[in-house]
Design a protein around this ligand. Structure first.
Ligand SMILES: Cc1ncc(COP(=O)(O)O)c(C=O)c1O
Length: 413
């Protein structure tokens, strides 16, 4: 790392470091002042908001999603320094590096940077289902089915065959097998099965290696492709204690988000075979996803792979802290068995003095942002801006809310 890079990183770091007046220097501050940001390589240590959070974010505990994360100082420095070139006329070196490194990590032949997880899934489905009259098997709660505007149908003419998701994010393998169409002129041709890991609408549940292998085997036995929406696949791998390569071994393609828990400002990487990625690249261009000096947005992705994966278990621990605390509160229930990673679903019972909307509003007034899932459920997602202290503060706010609704109208902490 050059002297200039270190100075840039230090400057970026200090611009974005949260500081209240009179606050002392942390051990990390001292390290950074001495050696530059590169000294913050996390190793086993938990790097969290105290190292990276911009001032604006530190005043609010934003648990709506892990997509709210701000790029770290290292990411900003990497963006400023990225080697770039026109990626449509040729190949951007930073994008090429990110794509290559991600593919290698996942044990696949090639990778492609795409602007979003939605585009990654869309391209994957459209490439695997390029023949007209194709059908994809999707979980009823999957992001592709639920939140992606039916883009695979609108833009690709692909028909969805929806199989119910179990509460743990899986689909019953017998139901999936039954959903595979026989070779008959009456039916669309089943060409793809998709699973999601971790499963967002099922509360961040991890899908195991064993299940993934079984699904891959099933798909193969029918000559069907197998795609994983791995928006949060690193959370799953960390929680399960396996490599992403092993976890995704059975899949033909995986879409990996950099802009969720890993904290990059933008982007996903799609990985698969050379043939798959060649087709995916053509389609990305047709969808308006061809980008010129792409390295600027890919550079944070490299920081994600190097520094952000190994700290995800810190988010998982904070999610569990929240879940256990909330589950003890009158009127609130959290299924503790369902908290595998960084997502916590809270059921607000009829015995709660406030409803979901009122609780969310009351928390907002105290600087705690949560996501209302529906009339009875609230979602919290932890990420690298959320410290253990934040989690404890959130519990205090919920407690006050459950016990004394009026308390939250006052500024008491
Ligand atoms: C499981 C899953 N897949 C895909 C996406 C889409 O990602 P993006 O918002 O980058 O399009 C999300 C977004 O939250 C997600 O949770």
């Amino acid at each position: 790392m050059t002297k200039q890079t270190i100075e840039l990183e230090q400057q970026a770091f200090h611009n974005f470091l949260p500081r209240s007046e009179g606050e002392g220097k942390t051990e990390q501050d001292v390290l950074v002042e001495k050696n530059g940001l590169s000294s913050l390589v996390p190793g086993k240590k938990c790097i969290n908001a105290s190292a990276f959070t911009p001032t604006e974010v530190s005043r609010i505990v934003d648990l709506r999603s892990d997509t709210v994360t701000q790029p770290t100082a290292l990411m900003r420095a990497a963006m400023a320094e990225a080697l770039v070139a026109d990626d449509i006329l040729g190949s951007d070196p930073t994008a090429a590096l990110l794509q290559e490194r991600t593919a290698k990590m996942f044990g696949k032949e090639a990778g492609l940077f795409v602007p979003s997880g939605t585009m990654g899934n869309l391209i994957a489905v459209l490439v695997h289902c390029e023949v007209r009259g194709s059908e994809v098997i999707l979980g009823s709660e999957s992001h592709i089915h639920y939140y992606e505007q039916g883009g695979i149908s609108t833009l690709g003419g692909v028909y969805s065959h929806v199989v119910p998701n179990e509460s743990d994010g899986t689909m019953d393998l017998r139901k999936v097998e039954t959903a595979i169409r026989p070779d008959d002129d009456h039916f669309a041709s089943t060409r793809l099965i998709c699973i999601e890991n971790t499963h967002n609408r099922c509360g961040g549940r991890c899908i195991s290696v064993e299940y993934t292998d079984k699904m891959g085997k099933l798909a193969k036995s029918y000559n069907i492709k197998f795609h994983i929406d791995g928006a949060r696949i690193f959370n799953a791998a960390v929680a399960l204690g396996v490599s992403v390569e092993r976890l995704c071994q059975a899949a033909d393609s995986v879409s990996i988000c950099l802009s969720k828990g890993l904290g990059a400002p933008v982007g996903s990487v799609l990985v698969g075979s050379h043939e798959f990625i060649t087709k995916a690249k053509r389609l990305r261009k047709a969808l308006g996803g061809g980008m010129r000096q792409l390295g600027v947005v890919c550079a944070p992705g490299l920081v994600c792979l190097d520094h952000m994966v190994q700290r995800l278990d810190c988010d998982h621990r904070n999610a569990r802290l929240l879940a256990e605390g909330l589950n003890k509160m009158a009127g609130l229930r959290v299924d503790l068995n369902s908290v595998d990673t960084n997502i916590v679903f809270i059921d607000v019972g009829s015995e709660s003095s406030l409803g979901v909307e009122e609780i969310s509003e009351a928390l907002k007034r105290k600087g705690v942002l949560v996501m209302m899932m529906d009339r009875t459920r609230i979602r919290l997602v932890t990420h690298y801006h959320i410290t253990e202290d934040d989690a404890l503060r959130v519990l205090t706010c919920f407690k006050a809310c459950c016990l004394h609704p009026v308390f939250l109208q006052l500024s008491v902490y």
